[in-house]
Design a protein around this ligand. Structure first.
Ligand SMILES: Cc1cc2nc3c(=O)[nH]c(=O)nc-3n(C[C@H](O)[C@H](O)[C@H](O)COP(=O)(O)OP(=O)(O)OC[C@H]3O[C@@H](n4cnc5c(N)ncnc54)[C@H](O)[C@@H]3O)c2cc1C
Length: 488
């Protein structure tokens, strides 16, 4: 008889784990608190507009391809490489379009950063070395103990030790002199939910992913096609899904889980239990582990919150690319304040994705679907969001001014998620967008583990366990945990 795995949560980590275990002969059952799969990688439709709710950047496509190969399947969605990768708008009206071709990119810096091309190539050589020397040893690896992790770290080329002591910003400033180049190159640190000033320099390896590896892509039809494709494969091979069921407790016997129980008291039984809900929160709130008590959770370092705005407009905005950043004039001051100081929202920085740019089916003809992401303090530092409309209005006014088109009279539909909605919808701690941060004591063997400390048939998958945040890491987390499960 097939072994049965119960997967709690249908985020990308849960779905990919299910697909891989299914391909190795397991029966797979999902239990999800929401009414549709995808977790943060989700979608909603309104008045003919389609919006991806969270992720809009698709990178590291080779991770997805390798993963599907491991499952013995074809990639169930299509994507096209972007050029430029994204654009960065400064408050004085200058726009930089980030080409992967460094020669082309360097032309845009000719007036402000001497020898940009040479500096960028040097910076990227280091970023590539950091990536190549850590991907297999640290990122795609399982650690049984802290010691295991430290032994693995010692295998990393010691030439990288100085970078371990630096922040992302310090790493970037070592290579570039102009404020513009420093800001643009360090923006990618925000992808990890903190700022360049408190993200480790080692994560400059992300610049390698942007410029040297395969950059960013448009997923044809929008990001949710990733979820739809994987769910179709799962269903066609017999996986079952229970939606609107939130797991609130477990039943155990000795060192084994014998069932998980939802809010209404319904039991679900399997041989293996795989948790895709946040690995720290689940241990604290469902398993009542002291290490993850409310007091201890508060002491951990969490990523920033996101204010996300979904706007449908009945006009075209040809001035925009698929991905666009709008920066202010006080980068360092802003970055130092944005995590904890609600006043930073008086002049917010923001990112806009125009999904309809390359995917016309995501908006009615002649219209655009706009998705704004504004980094904000999580509920830990700003619990009152009664001023949310005021903040959103100020962002829309700033945006209108900067693109020279007043979008306000063109708005057909407007939806806003503050960290409160992110917390409520997806059980994210304090509405923190990417969960635990990636500081030294919360990565690798020091992050919540992908196996349970007490129950031998309980495991964890997704961004909240190893290796960490963002979509490709959720895929790797699935590969890593499945290796553990299959070795049982
Ligand atoms: C605004 C925003 C923008 C982002 N942009 C990008 C991007 O452009 N590119 C990128 O790579 N990454 C991006 N990310 C990060 C990315 O979304 C996450 O890293 C990834 O989607 C996490 O997947 P996951 O499987 O770990 O968990 P999740 O997506 O959080 O899924 C967990 C699932 O578990 C369910 N669940 C929780 N508790 C329970 C329970 N008790 N019982 C049952 N079900 C439960 C939740 O409802 C959810 O469906 C973004 C995140 C946010 C918030």
């Amino acid at each position: 008889m097939k072994k049965k795995v119960i997967i709690v949560g249908t985020g990308l980590g849960g779905l990919c784990s299910g697909l891989l275990l299914q391909s190795k002969g397991y029966e797979v059952q999902f239990i999800e608190k929401n009414d549709r799969p995808g977790g943060r990688l989700n979608r909603f439709e309104q008045e003919g507009f389609t919006f991806d709710t969270g992720p809009s950047f698709f990178s590291m496509s080779y991770i997805f391809k390798d993963f599907m190969k491991e499952c013995g399947l074809e990639l169930p969605f299509r994507f096209i490489e972007l050029d430029p990768l994204y654009s960065v708008h400064f408050p004085d009206g200058r726009i930089f379009r980030l080409n992967k071709d460094i020669k082309k990119l360097a032309e845009q810096f000719s007036d402000i950063e001497s020898d940009f091309e040479i500096k960028m190539e040097k910076y990227l050589d280091k970023a590539s070395a950091l990536y190549n020397d850590t991907i297999d040893i640290v990122i795609r690896n399982n650690f049984d103990t802290k010691l295991d992790f430290f032994i693995s770290l010692m295998k990393v080329n010691p030439v990288h030790i100085p970078v371990l002591m630096k922040t992302f910003w310090q790493q970037v400033t070592q290579y570039f002199d102009s404020h513009e180049a420093r800001q643009i190159v360090s923006l990618v640190a925000f992808f990890l939910g903190r700022t360049p000033f408190d993200t480790m320099g080692i994560y400059s390896l992300l610049s390698n992913v942007e410029f040297r590896y395969d950059g960013y892509h448009n997923v044809e039809g929008g990001m949710y096609k990733i979820v739809e494709g994987i769910v179709d494969l799962l269903k066609s091979r017999g996986a079952t899904f229970h939606f609107n069921k939130e797991i609130t407790s477990v039943e155990a016997h000795n060192d084994q889980i014998i069932g998980v129980v939802d809010k209404e008291g319904k039991h679900y039984e399997g041989d293996i239990y795989l948790i895709n809900a946040d690995a720290a929160l689940f241990r604290g709130r469902v398993l009542n582990r002291k290490k993850y008590s409310e007091t201890n959770l508060r002491k951990m370092e969490w990523t920033m919150g996101y204010l996300t705005i979904y706007i449908g407009v009945n006009c075209k905005l040809p001035h925009l690319d698929l991905h666009n950043y709008f920066l202010g004039s006080n980068y360092e001051e802003y970055a130092h304040n944005v995590l904890k100081n609600p006043d930073s929202l008086q002049k917010p920085y923001y990112y806009i994705n125009v999904v309809s740019k390359h995917n016309p089916e995501c908006a009615p003809e002649g219209c655009e679907s706009l998705f704004f992401v504004c980094p904000v303090p999580s509920l830990q530092y700003k619990s009152d969001w009664s001023d949310r409309d005021e903040i959103v209005d100020s962002i829309l006014a700033d945006f209108s001014l900067r693109i020279g088109t007043d979008i306000i009279p063109h708005i057909v539909t407007r939806t806003v998620y503050t960290p409160k909605e992110w917390e409520r919808e997806f059980n994210l701690y304090m509405g923190s967008g990417l969960g635990l941060s990636h500081r030294m004591n919360q990565i690798g063997g020091l992050r919540p583990k992908n196996f349970d400390e007490q129950y031998h048939n309980l495991f964890y998958t997704g961004s909240s366990t190893t290796p960490g945040a963002v979509l490709p890491m959720a895929v790797i987390s699935a590969e890593n945990v499945c290796r553990r499960i299959l070795n049982i």
